[in-house]
Design a protein around this ligand. Structure first.
Ligand code: PRX
Length: 669
């Protein structure tokens, strides 16, 4: 698709600085003006089939679709491009080889800035992905098998993901911060038979022993047949004969099989449009994470379309998404979207504050990064270091900035705009979810207007609606012209989740049963008179801590596992850096140590059960919880106390023991 572009050849070990000029018109579906956005939006709503088949024309299909869209939200059942045959890796890799073969697909920046950068060209990526596919095949992996991937941010993680997609295995990537218990639950839910992991991962000053966590997760597991271990940290690992194998050995064997006379091939599995591509677990308001399932064709079209349009990607530009591939943002905007668009995707192994808080800025200058896509929590954390880490940083290569994962407060937005974008880079505030596959509401960089702390306008094909508790559409405006309600979406876009793995009913009750014929996002939102949306946060019992979703019920379950704990209630409270912090009220019945020691015991328990990301920031010991006569915890009151409210706690007369409220107020941390 980039036929006619000519650029210099590069050495795979070089760091390249490609210019950001729009050298060739690569994306016929790229919007170029506000008028075009309006026209396309209108068309996408009036004739979704015509609109999306027009976009889908620009992808590589083994066979085109019979129908563009079949759907009902009752079951729910959604099919896009049914009857089409494809393999997403042919779109991400093979079709670029003739024109972009020697161009960088992935530029990898290691945790330690002293270590060598790796530049992976499209040719090299092709070879590695073919090798992984062959390696998986050699070890018995077939189409439809579930492969759990638990790795650090090394290029091999991208190869593993794409290698699975190449043979039609369903990948389930688990973020490196989850505990053995969390992994065990996910392995069990997905009935995964294969794992790809690393000996360890570097994260800032820490080495995380990934393989050892996997070993713990596998105690008692009956389904996993093989564990493939990539060497990153060369930390000592136990390797169990017959089950554990080295990535390097297997890749060597596969290399001889896929490469003949310098020509690399591994035929990609032909997939149906609706075949599942991956599972990604995410928290909801119940205690158990859900395995969100995405399809092949719809997900491909959506991530690529939104990548090209939201960021206004121009061929040759370097796109730096700072997320981890363990989260949906990394799946969609480090791997699939950018690679499908033939882009250059930066992949960073480390953290923004190590070795110092100038790490992002150094990476941007070193590689001449054009697009920076990060989370508000990272911006707030870097803001807290002041402007010193920015001294001597150029940042002039940047053209576009983006945020994702949580509402961005105005202060952080302006800091980002002034100090990083130097007021010349549009900021896209992209609202979306694991379940949506890609951005649903966002401005398009430099094309549609930005409004600080507002996600702004829906993508073509996305029909947001605000409803009240009963599901009635809200249209009234307040004196400022603002409409407020729970955010739902009316009709399916191509990358809407298809099911929750192994439990379709759960998918229905979670997303499609609250309001009839609507997809319910779980978020509250405001709409202004221009049709811009501002996401105000979750309206269910889900917290958003540093841009990561954590269910309060999940954290409570983990706290309650601790031997001394009788009961607990978890709520969110505003946190300067994390957006939301976790506040736990705990009834404790043990005699072991003082409050501090007990707190540490509880934190360790949560770390073991879920992982360090779910550790409460505050634990207050209480003698009782405010409950109604029917035994329901009044979270509203606990939330207000955690937020620092002492007066207007609302009606407490229905409580079983109203006295407990004063005690909790007095003991607030
Ligand atoms: O509450 C919204 C918030 O993050 C939730 C989705 O979390 P997750 O599935 O982990 O995906 C995060 C990355 C896409 C949403 O329900 N959220 C995400 N982006 C924004 C946001 N809230 C406000 N503004 C955003 N731009």
């Amino acid at each position: 698709m980039q036929a006619g572009c000519s650029r210099q050849q590069i050495n795979t070990n070089d760091v390249v600085h490609l210019s950001h000029k729009n050298e060739c018109m690569a994306y016929p579906y790229q919007l170029t003006s506000l008028e075009q956005y309006k026209a396309d939006y209108k068309k996408s709503v009036e004739d979704p089939e015509g609109f999306w088949s027009g976009v889908a024309e620009h992808f590589q299909w083994r066979k085109k679709w019979d129908t563009v869209l079949n759907w009902n939200f009752k079951e729910p059942k959604v099919e896009w491009f049914a009857g089409a045959k494809l393999n997403i890796t042919e779109n991400c890799i093979d079709r670029h080889l003739a024109t972009l073969g020697e161009k960088p697909a992935i530029i990898w920046e290691p945790n330690n800035p002293e270590e060598r950068v790796r530049v992976v060209t499209y040719n090299r990526l092709h070879k590695r992905v073919c090798q992984v596919a062959q390696m998986l095949k050699n070890n018995g992996v077939k189409k439809g098998d579930r492969v759990c991937i638990y790795m650090g941010m090394v290029p091999e993680l991208a190869y593993a993901v794409l290698g699975c997609a190449r043979i039609g295995a369903i990948h389930s990537v688990i973020f490196g911060g989850f505990s053995a218990q969390s992994i065990a639950d996910r392995l069990d839910d997905a009935k995964a038979e294969y794992i790809i992991t690393c000996d360890g991962a570097y994260r800032g000053g820490k080495d995380i022993p990934l393989k050892s966590v996997i070993d713990d997760a596998l105690i008692g597991n009956k389904t996993v047949k093989k564990v493939i271990v990539y060497t990153r940290t060369r930390t000592p690992v136990s390797m169990i004969k017959g089950r554990d194998i080295w990535w390097e050995d297997e890749m060597d064997i596969a290399e001889d099989q896929v490469e003949k006379n310098g020509v690399v091939t591994f035929p990609a599995e032909e997939m149906d449009a609706e075949d599942p591509l991956f599972i990604l677990y995410t928290s909801g308001s119940t205690g158990k994470p859900k395995g969100v399932v995405h399809s092949s064709a719809g997900y491909m079209v959506w991530t690529t379309y939104t990548f090209v349009n939201v960021f206004q990607y121009k061929p040759g530009a370097i796109h730096f998404c700072t997320a981890d591939i363990g989260w949906i943002t990394g799946h969609s905007y480090i791997v699939y979207g950018p690679l499908c668009a033939g882009a250059t995707s930066m992949m960073f192994e480390g953290i923004p504050t190590w070795p110092d808080a100038g790490r992002f800025w150094d990476i941007i200058d070193k590689h001449k990064v054009n697009i920076l896509y990060t989370a508000p929590t990272a911006i707030r954390s870097l803001m807290s270091f002041g402007l010193e880490p920015l001294q001597g940083k150029d940042l002039s290569s940047l053209t576009t900035l983006g945020t994702v994962g949580e509402p961005i407060n105005e202060e952080a937005w302006h800091w980002y705009d002034e100090n990083i974008g130097k007021k010349k880079c549009p900021i896209v505030d992209t609202w979306w979810q694991t379940e949506t596959g890609g951005c649903l509401i966002s401005n398009f960089a430099g094309i549609t207007p930005a409004k600080p702390s507002w996600a702004t306008l829906p993508m073509p094909g996305v029909q947001p609606v605000l409803v009240d508790e009963k599901g009635e559409e809200v249209t009234e405006k307040d004196e400022h012209g603002i409409t407020k309600g729970n955010l739902c979406i009316k009709a399916p876009w191509p990358s809407i989740l298809r099911t929750t793995y192994g439990d379709h009913e759960r998918c229905r009750t979670n997303y499609f049963a609250t309001y009839e014929n609507l997809y319910f996002t779980g978020d509250g939102a405001l709409r202004d008179e221009q049709g811009n949306y501002r996401i105000t946060g979750r309206v269910d019992d889900v917290l958003n801590v540093s841009g990561h979703r954590i269910g309060t019920a999940e954290v409570e379950n983990a706290i309650n596992m601790h031997a001394g704990v009788v009961e607990s209630a978890v709520v969110g409270y505003p946190h300067d850096v994390k957006g939301q912090g976790i506040y736990a009220y705990v009834i404790y019945n043990g005699h072991h140590g003082d409050d501090n020691l007990r707190r540490q015991d509880i934190l360790l328990t949560v770390t073991r059960i879920i992982g360090p990301i779910a550790k409460p920031d505050k634990i207050q010991f209480v003698s009782g919880l405010p409950k109604t006569r029917s035994g329901k915890i009044m979270r509203r009151i606990l939330r207000k106390i955690a937020e620092g409210e002492t007066e207007n706690l609302g009606d407490t007369t229905t409580l079983l023991d109203p006295g407990v409220v004063d005690e909790i107020k007095n003991g607030k941390l």
